[in-house]
Ligand binder design. Structure first.
Ligand code: AMP
Length: 416
């Protein structure tokens, strides 16, 4: 494994996996270029060091070539941000000549990798009634042609950089398999390095107290994260729709709130594990409840374990937010994932927005704060606090898996 800062790019062609999976509107205009901007430092570093760039990415979930999901729509923006022209290979498997002719300082963007099933290595177009044998054969066929696909991509370049944290949890051709063609010339880009460093600062050598705020709708989808984090944290705040499963499992009354009855055992096990580990567990103690799942419905305040029939918990109350604040302002390291209420409805977004604000305050006071996961990132960004917390992760699913303690294929492939 090499380091992007020391690597000698002069006269070399670097193939860089980025995550340019940006949202486009009907007119194919980029509506949020955050992901492109996030990769620019790495791309500029290669160019400034005398290298040439071959950029590869996926866009959306095409089932084959698609005008709508062509990366040609983003060329202009990449050119603007890099300040240099960008050549385009409209077939990522037929770029030999363009790649071979690249001169130092030049940039080539490959068409959407996922136009080929080989990128993900999953068969496409299987009949719904395909037999198990047919499925097996189709899978084996893709795996076989995947080798050629990866070899072709690797043949374009002298070194490989992975800067796509958003897809690091996938063992795809361009995110993992390609690395083995560059045993001595593979490295992380700055974005990947930043993500890994931020998580290590939380789980590896945190300043304590370390507090995790975990929100979201379901225990079943957060159990992996919660269990893993209990091995690291001093405090854990659990908020959002999952709270009611815990409260009901413990004998509370939760009215019509979200509940997963099949997770009661899991919930009780988490509480037990926290106790055994000496982790202080805080749940939303008091909530806004409504009698209709609607932004404009009536709301009442009640304890989260005493919600009347016909009402459902929607958001943390101001008193509950104050309790969170006290724990958070006394923490030196904070990790936040998941909304603590139905934040998509403005009248039930106060809890989630308040967490964003408290994290900004805690950061100002000297805490290291890491925000990960689509909804929490959206909340800090919307509140204008993205620059006021220590680190905002760009990878939703990848960050979640990392926090669950899963070794991400994209990271492993570079390290091993
Ligand atoms: P997750 O994807 O598991 O992080 O969950 C995010 C979702 O949880 C958001 O769409 C929130 O609206 C939802 N959520 C948070 N609190 C509640 C609640 N009290 N009742 C229902 N849904 C909730």
């Amino acid at each position: 494994m090499q380091n992007i800062n020391n690597y000698d790019f002069a006269g070399k062609r670097a193939i860089v996996r980025v995550d340019f999976n940006v949202p486009l509107n009907e007119a194919f205009e980029i509506t949020d270029d955050t992901r492109i901007r996030a990769a620019i430092p790495t791309l500029k570093k290669v160019l400034a060091s005398g290298g040439a760039l071959i950029i590869m990415s996926h866009l959306g979930r095409p089932k084959g070539p698609s005008e709508k999901l062509s990366l040609k729509h983003i060329i202009k923006r990449v050119e603007e941000l890099l300040g240099t022209p960008v050549k385009f290979a409209d077939d990522c498997q037929k770029a030999d000549e363009l790649a071979a002719n690249l001169k130092p300082g030049e940039v080539l963007l490959l068409e959407n990798l996922r136009f080929y099933a080989e990128e993900e290595g999953k068969p496409r177009g299987l009949a719904e009634d395909a037999t198990d044998d047919e499925k097996k054969a189709a899978k084996a066929a893709v795996k076989e042609s995947q080798k050629k696909f990866v070899e072709k991509l690797a043949s374009y370049a002298d070194c490989y950089i992975n800067d796509a944290f958003g897809t690091a949890h996938r063992a795809h051709a361009s995110t993992a398999l390609i690395a083995k063609y560059f045993p001595n010339d593979k490295m992380f880009g700055y974005l990947m390095e930043g993500e890994i460093k931020a998580i290590d600062q939380v789980l590896g050598h945190p300043e304590r107290p370390l507090t995790a705020v975990i929100g979201g709708a379901k225990v079943s989808s957060k159990i992996g994260i919660i269990e893993h984090l209990l091995d690291f944290v001093d405090n854990m705040i659990i908020g959002g729709g999952m709270v009611y499963t815990f409260k009901k499992a413990q004998g509370g009354t939760i009215g019509d709130s979200l509940v997963e009855e099949d997770q009661f055992d899991v919930a009780l096990r988490i509480v037990e594990k926290a106790n055994a580990k000496g982790v202080k567990l805080y749940f939303t103690s008091e909530v806004y409840a409504t009698n209709d799942f609607d932004n404009n419905s009536e709301k009442i305040i009640c304890p989260s374990n005493a919600i009347p029939d016909g009402w459902q918990g929607m958001d943390a109350s101001p008193a509950a937010v104050e309790q969170f604040r006290e724990v958070l302002m006394n923490s030196k390291t904070i990790l936040w994932n998941g909304p603590v209420g139905v934040f998509e409805m403005p009248n039930f977004a106060n809890g989630t927005n308040s967490i964003a604000k408290i994290l900004a305050e805690a950061t100002e006071k000297g805490a290291f704060t890491l925000v990960g996961g689509g909804d929490s990132v959206a909340a800090v960004t919307k509140m204008g606090f993205a620059d006021k917390v220590s680190y905002v992760s760009t990878g939703g699913g990848a960050m979640l898996e990392y926090l669950e303690g899963i070794e991400l294929p994209g990271i492993k492939a570079i390290r091993e």
